[in-house]
Design a protein around this ligand. Structure first.
Ligand code: GLY
Length: 385
């Protein structure tokens, strides 16, 4: 059986490279909440706040990942400075809660790796309050007629009252946490309703997933699907496949419902069957061959989910999932990392969306999930979801 020993030379080397790099990057960026890099230097979403009501600035959906990286580093190194830096970023997010209008369903992405992590580790009552506040905001986006959680507020005049997106599978764990913490079943009931709807409407017969499904917000029922951040309607945006693969595992971990494990495996089988020979993940598995756009973040997120599946299945199945995760991570390490001082990020060649203006940039969640995946291989890891 395939296993990754803690003493594995490759694994030890990558852990050392991560800890060496984060040692100086964390000091340099401790007052920032980075999303990407500009000429190698972290940007700062906590200051670009002029248009916060739009979901940018302090309300930007990725603003929890930097704090999550700090908690991961605190867990691995025990160094107090990482706890201090995590707290700096968590405190800044309060402005997002106060502004309210910029928040979408991504409050799970924002407050699970920050306030929930802090509360789980330190029992800080202020973090508990923030996390419950975020969970209530997410629960308030539930549409009982369609049994889904509304994704975004209206975008550029587009009516999105009926829109749900696969990414939300990473937000609903804050609802599972809220029930686990308070004993109030409402949060988990909403999370399960949403996960069941996603399982029945997003996942296609071949195991691929839609990015966006629009429901009738008054009566329920699917109206149409959209390609979203992928190539086109009916295509398969790779990060969306990864959100689905790992997201259904998260729901399995919190509920024990076998259907969620089965669904995560179905998406995983589709993902594995579509990995190109060179192990580099495109932005969309159904994009044209040229240009050869890629998204390293999809690979890192999928690796996390595949490792979790390998822990949940029988001995005879493990190798497929763990072996694929190792392949993805080794390709990232060999070809798509920057360990130098020329760049504040670790992963290269992330892409936010197929039709975005820019491709192949560093994106903070690429670094976060690469780190999470590597630390999972080490064992005794910090599970933030
Ligand atoms: N959750 C939005 C994205 O993956 O870009």
């Amino acid at each position: 059986m395939l296993t990754v020993e803690k003493s594995n030379v490759w694994l030890q080397d990558v852990i050392r490279k991560i800890t060496d790099k984060m040692d100086w990057v964390s000091e340099k960026s401790k007052h920032k909440i980075p999303y990407t890099t500009i000429h190698g230097v972290h940007d700062d979403k906590s200051v670009s706040n002029s248009n916060a009501g739009s979901g940018d600035g302090i309300s930007w959906w990725t603003n929890g990942f930097w704090g999550g990286m700090m908690w991961q580093m605190y867990h691995v190194t025990g160094q107090e400075k990482y706890k201090e830096f995590a707290n700096l970023s968590e405190n800044k997010l309060d402005a997002g809660l106060q502004q309210y209008y910029g928040l979408h369903h991504d409050v799970g992405f924002m407050w699970l790796p920050t306030s929930v992590a802090n509360y789980r580790i330190t029992r800080n009552p202020e973090s508990r309050k923030r996390a419950l506040h975020a969970a209530n905001l997410l629960a308030g986006r539930y549409n009982p007629a369609g049994e889904f959680i509304r994704a975004w507020n209206d975008l550029d005049g587009e009516d999105t009252r009926g829109w749900a997106i696969i990414d939300c599978m990473f937000n609903i764990p804050i609802l599972y946490w809220a029930t686990e913490e308070t004993g109030d079943p409402r949060f988990m009931q909403i999370a399960i309703k949403h996960a069941d709807t996603a399982m029945n409407t997003f996942v296609r017969p071949d195991g691929s997933v839609n990015h966006i499904v629009e429901f009738d917000p008054f009566h329920g029922g699917v109206v149409k699907t959209y390609g979203g951040q992928g190539y086109e309607e009916g295509s398969s945006w790779t990060r969306g496949q990864s959100w689905g693969l790992y997201g259904f595992m998260m729901s399995f971990i919190h509920t024990g419902k076998e259907e969620y494990l089965h669904t995560a495996k179905r998406i995983a089988h589709y993902f594995i069957a579509n990995i190109p020979e060179n192990g580099i993940i495109p932005i969309d598995f159904r994009q044209p061959k040229d240009p050869a756009y890629e998204d390293s973040t999809a690979a890192a997120i999928a690796a996390c989910g595949l490792i979790e599946i390998s822990k949940a299945v029988g001995e005879h199945e493990k190798d497929l999932y763990l072996g694929t995760a190792l392949k993805l991570l080794k390709v990232l390490d060999e070809l798509r990392t920057d360990w130098t001082r020329d760049c504040d990020c670790i992963l290269k060649n992330g892409s936010a969306a197929y039709h975005a203006k820019e491709h192949h940039q560093s994106i903070i969640y690429g670094d976060y999930y690469f780190m999470e995946a590597i630390f999972k291989l080490k064992g005794n890891d910090l599970y933030l979801w």
